[in-house]
Design a binder for this molecule. Structure first.
Ligand code: PBG
Ligand code: ZN
Length: 337
């Protein structure tokens, strides 16, 4: 497909189509739009609570009443979905707060779905925020060290997912990276009559240092060890495809890759190989790094944010999960004039 050449000048002159903003928009291959955005939010018990997250300027931990206010603002801006993370009052070694009927996420979902029925409410299904040790699964400590127990954890995750669906969650999003959890969650949802509740699986989730600011926001840093025995090694791309393939076999409806910008190759291969709805999670430090550099006026926040999200779209992402969703919605509106 090489362009025809005649004489001294090429017949195909790419700059012809770059002459004006209107022409450039006409031939744009990839577009960003507000319908693709998901806003992650952090909910904690209480009333009128708005706690800033130090490492993520603009991100807040909110009590359910304040969450409702912020979520309705997102909806007014055209953001179709939120992704909820809960910070419970108390943590233990069974993550009981995660599947309590009156757990913080369960409460928040009920109030959101009551007041904003058209907003898509996605819930993060994991145990780390609810475990005193901060790991995503059940921990056993013995002479040989720390073990994250896979199969016993599946039962708890399935309980969490069913509880969220029962509270009214539109979609559940398991982020724990235990083997077999999509199957366990699908089976439990089906058995409890939630056959139509979709699963977004964090299918290719790498053990990344870019989750640092999130662990402050969600108060979920592991108290010992790290997550490398369950999250993926950043060196591996073929394994990421196997992970995604497994989750699809187990019943995932949407597959997610994270972090986003460091994984454009993975996003591209996942979309090309499976053709499934694919979500990219622009994680906490991706957001914080842009915010920090912009605060020093080293970069232009809006341009860098939009360019990075566009790159995720170009790689193949259909859905963009970003802490900047509301800002992006405003910017997109402005640029439409
Ligand atoms: C926990 C979870 C994490 C994120 C989403 N769910 C952190 C982790 O695995 O430690 C990261 C999100 C972000 O950094 O924005 N299961
Ligand atoms: Zn977790």
């Amino acid at each position: 497909m090489s362009p025809p050449l005649t004489g001294q000048f090429p017949v195909y002159r790419p700059r012809r189509l770059r002459q004006s903003p209107a022409l450039r928009r006409l031939v744009a291959e990839t577009r960003l739009s507000v319908e693709q955005l998901v806003l992650p939010m952090f909910v904690r018990p209480g009333r009128k609570v708005r706690r800033a997250v130090h490492a993520m300027p603009g991100v807040l931990q909110l009590s359910p009443d304040e969450l409702l206010r912020e979520a309705s603002q997102a909806q007014e801006l055209g953001v179709p979905a939120v992704l909820l993370f809960g910070i419970p009052d108390r943590k233990d070694e069974k993550a009981s707060g995660a599947y309590a009927r009156k757990g913080i996420v369960q409460q928040a979902v009920r109030s959101l779905k009551k007041e904003l029925p058209d907003l898509i409410v996605i819930t993060d299904v994991c145990l780390c925020e609810y475990m005193s040790h901060g790991h995503c699964g059940i921990v056993r400590r013995d002479k040989s060290g720390v073990h994250i127990l896979n199969d016993p954890t599946l039962k708890l995750l399935a309980r969490v997912a069913v509880g969220h669906a029962d509270a009214g969650a539109d979609v559940v999003a398991p982020s724990d990276m235990m083997d077999g959890r999509v199957r366990a969650i699908r089976a439990a949802l089906d058995e409890n009559g939630f056959t139509e509740t979709p699963i977004i699986s964090y299918a290719a989730k790498f053990a990344s240092a870019l989750y640092g600011p999130f662990r402050e926001a969600a108060e979920s840093a592991p108290q010992f060890g790290d997550r490398r025995s369950y999250q993926m090694d950043a060196a591996n791309a073929n394994e990421a495809l196997r992970e995604v393939g497994l989750d699809i076999e187990e019943g995932a409806d949407i597959v997610l890759v994270k972090p986003a910008l460091p994984c454009l190759d993975i996003i591209h291969r996942v979309k090309t190989e499976f053709g499934y709805p694919t979500a990219a999670y622009a994680v906490s430090a991706e957001y914080s790094m842009i915010k920090a550099a912009a605060a020093r006026r080293w970069i232009d926040e809006r341009s860098v944010m939009l360019e990075s999200l566009l790159a995720m779209r170009r790689a193949g992402a259909d859905i963009l999960i970003t802490y900047a969703a509301n800002d992006v919605a405003r910017w997109l509106k402005e640029s439409k004039g």
